[in-house]
Design a protein around this ligand. Structure first.
Ligand SMILES: *[C@@H]1O[C@H](CO)[C@@H](O)[C@H](O)[C@H]1NC(C)=O
Ligand SMILES: *[C@@H]1O[C@H](CO)[C@@H](O)[C@H](O)[C@H]1NC(C)=O
Ligand SMILES: *[C@@H]1O[C@H](CO)[C@@H](O)[C@H](O)[C@H]1NC(C)=O
Ligand SMILES: *[C@@H]1O[C@H](CO)[C@@H](O)[C@H](O)[C@H]1NC(C)=O
Ligand SMILES: *[C@@H]1O[C@H](CO)[C@@H](O)[C@H](O)[C@H]1NC(C)=O
Ligand SMILES: *[C@@H]1O[C@H](CO)[C@@H](O)[C@H](O)[C@H]1NC(C)=O
Ligand SMILES: *[C@@H]1O[C@H](CO)[C@@H](O)[C@H](O)[C@H]1NC(C)=O
Ligand SMILES: *[C@@H]1O[C@H](CO)[C@@H](O)[C@H](O)[C@H]1NC(C)=O
Ligand SMILES: *[C@@H]1O[C@H](CO)[C@@H](O)[C@H](O)[C@H]1NC(C)=O
Ligand SMILES: *[C@@H]1O[C@H](CO)[C@@H](O)[C@H](O)[C@H]1NC(C)=O
Ligand SMILES: *[C@@H]1O[C@H](CO)[C@@H](O)[C@H](O)[C@H]1NC(C)=O
Length: 512
């Protein structure tokens, strides 16, 4: 995937973007053109009330390569403005790989005379010889960056050493870097007083995690009622995740300034489907905000092959932005996830339910985004003897169907993308159709919600304690939701509510 010098000669400007393609998500972020993977450098600028999103971007091709940091900003995480690439390779032999960004409000780095809102990006430079950690600083709020003259800041002469995530540790008044010794399946922690000089603090490993490599670790602090705070270490693994390709795990524990000490030895799989990887957590949120993340909604198994490339000139979207809490479920710490602000800034009219031989249906043919939010609530389940099935699907006039269901007898929730015909397991044996998880009906109730958005479905089960992200590619836009039941116990009721979503790209011409 080394790129050619000829390709690099092209200007890197954010061209006029076209977000009208029928596979283009309207409430999840996707790049203006080219290939996107990991989210990078997520930080919130409180002074300007603005969220920054950088991302791994190949502006020249529809596959990975030529890695730059693409850039977009938003005030609500749904309406985005694209900007020119923020960090680009200095020469044809290097890639700008993943990393993070922080506001250095106290000028600990010394890059920011007379300024309390300087931004430092910390990222991996990948060359054939080594992966090293580097920094660049921005005095204009994160739009343009100057590379530090004395880069790299960490070089251990390894070709598998990447993805630095930096956060401020108020307890120790130091910066903390969490990164991956990828091929060794080890997470390293480094500390620094000034973002330039770094000291190795500790290593953490879980060799029994599936996957050949660790990538994109994030250590995230959560406020919890009972114990003040806990830390959660997210580790993305690739290839070899449970459903194949890439996937993410997390471990809950405590970070004591130098070491991460997990509460349990068993990592938790973040999602039960294939399409969420390398989530990153926003830095510089207000102390009151719960953690917010954005993940890459794809899988290395097929990210470079999906049909949005040939048809619409882009590949890969992000997940919806997610709010998180850490809560105990059946005695175990669990990271919850729900769409940021319940999608309120893009949520429009409720859809009308109709009774139909197929069950209860809601058409969204008239929702121009073809993106909706939905909630399905099953109540009055006999917890001692749960029986019956709930099946739902999203269909297109062309005969595409994206299916799911709940089997109350066995407590199974399942999703199946085999019926979306533009791209199937026949196109890529890795594009496996099925995903499932176990659910509990012991409270006599089961509820889930979701966002379906042209080529990405995200579902949130049981108050966001479980979730799935599924990409799918229909031949025509899915525009009808149907919910049917069979064999339900007496007294079991199924409720459906759905709302149209406004496009976040209502004014994509705002591209600079
Ligand atoms: C935008 O993309 C759509 C779908 O790919 C295409 O039909 C349309 O012509 C494009 N619009 C412009 C202005 O290029
Ligand atoms: C920031 O640090 C630099 C280098 O130490 C120094 O010259 C400058 O005065 C500092 N600015 C502020 C506002 O502290
Ligand atoms: C770095 O690694 C390469 C390849 O393993 C080796 O040839 C070289 O001597 C190493 N350089 C240093 C400074 O350790
Ligand atoms: C900035 O300085 C204040 C006062 O010393 C300290 O409480 C705070 O943690 C520092 N924050 C950063 C990001 O350096
Ligand atoms: C940390 O792990 C890396 C990767 O396995 C290893 O090279 C390094 O020696 C370890 N450092 C310490 C202090 O154990
Ligand atoms: C942090 O945890 C490590 C490993 O458990 C331990 O060796 C170290 O003493 C702890 N440090 C502090 C400050 O508690
Ligand atoms: C997927 O396979 C079908 C059937 O072989 C073919 O018609 C279609 O063009 C393929 N789609 C892509 C995107 O390759
Ligand atoms: C969609 O689901 C409904 C309700 O379960 C069912 O009646 C209908 O046959 C399904 N449609 C397709 C195309 O699978
Ligand atoms: C969609 O809009 C058309 C035109 O206003 C209307 O006739 C039709 O009933 C609407 N369909 C639905 C499902 O609301
Ligand atoms: C659920 O998914 C797992 C993992 O892919 C698979 O092994 C299992 O057969 C599935 N279970 C059902 C009932 O579909
Ligand atoms: C979800 O939250 C509601 C309200 O807090 C609670 O009643 C219910 O038991 C929760 N359900 C699950 C599965 O945690």
């Amino acid at each position: 995937m080394r790129f050619s010098i000829a390709a690099l000669a092209l200007p890197v400007a954010a061209q006029a973007a076209n977000y009208s393609g029928s596979l283009r998500p309207q409430v999840q972020f996707s790049p203006p053109y080219g290939f996107m993977n990991d989210p990078n450098g997520l930080f919130y600028d409180a002074k300007r009330d603005l969220y920054h999103l950088y991302y791994q971007w190949n502006p020249y091709e529809l596959v990975a390569g030529n890695q730059h940091w693409g850039h977009a900003t938003s005030q609500d995480l749904y309406h985005w403005t694209n900007h020119p690439a923020a960090i680009s390779p200095s020469n044809p032999d290097e890639y700008i790989f993943s990393g993070s960004a922080v506001i250095d409000g106290n000028n600990t780095s010394g890059f920011f005379p007379g300024q309390d809102d300087g931004v430092v990006a910390i990222y991996t430079v990948d060359t054939a010889e080594a992966q090293t950690q580097n920094i660049a600083y921005s005095t204009d709020g994160g739009y343009t960056f100057t590379k530090y003259a004395h880069n790299p800041i960490i070089n251990i002469n390894s070709t598998e050493f990447r993805d630095p995530q930096v956060t401020w540790q108020p307890e120790t008044k130091q910066w903390l870097m969490t990164l991956a010794y990828a091929a060794d399946k080890v997470i390293g922690f480094y500390t620094s007083p000034n973002l330039r000089d770094w000291t190795h603090a500790s290593n953490f490993t879980r060799q029994n995690l599936p996957g050949d490599q660790f990538e994109c670790p994030n250590l995230v602090k959560f406020a919890v009622d009972t114990e003040g705070s806990k830390h959660v270490l997210f580790i993305s693994v690739n290839p070899g995740a449970p459903l194949g390709g890439s996937g993410t795990y997390y471990l809950v524990g405590d970070f004591n300034g130098t070491h991460f000490n997990p509460d349990t030895s068993d990592p938790t799989l973040y999602e039960f489907s294939k399409d969420n990887y390398a989530s990153q957590w926003y830095t510089d949120l207000s102390a009151q905000s719960s953690p917010i993340s954005i993940g890459w909604a794809s899988n290395w198994d097929y990210a470079e092959e999906v049909p949005t490339g040939e048809l619409e000139g882009w590949r890969s979207a992000m997940s919806v932005p997610r709010h998180h809490t850490l809560t105990k479920v059946k005695g175990a710490w669990t990271v919850t996830r729900t769409p940021f602000h319940d999608l309120s800034s893009v949520k429009s009219s409720p859809l009308r339910n109709r009774n139909h031989p197929d069950g209860v249906t809601a058409s969204f043919a008239n929702v121009s985004s073809k993106a909706i939010h939905f909630e399905i609530d099953i109540e009055g389940i006999d917890a001692a003897n749960p029986v019956g099935d709930i099946n739902f699907n999203f269909t297109s006039p062309a005969g595409d169907h994206l299916d799911g269901g709940v089997v109350l007898d066995t407590g199974l929730f399942w999703l199946d993308r085999a019926g979306t015909h533009l791209y199937t397991v026949a196109n890529s044996t890795d594009f496996t159709p099925l995903s499932n998880t176990s659910i509990s009906v012991s409270q006599g109730r089961f509820a889930f919600s979701g966002v379906i958005d042209r080529s990405v479905l995200e579902v949130f089960l049981e108050n966001g304690t479980q979730s799935a992200t599924v990409t799918y590619f229909p031949t025509a836009p899915l525009d009808r939701l149907a919910v049917g039941t069979s064999g339900l116990g007496h007294g079991t009721r199924v409720g459906l509510a759905a709302w149209g979503l406004d496009s976040g790209w209502y004014d994509a011409s705002r591209s600079e």
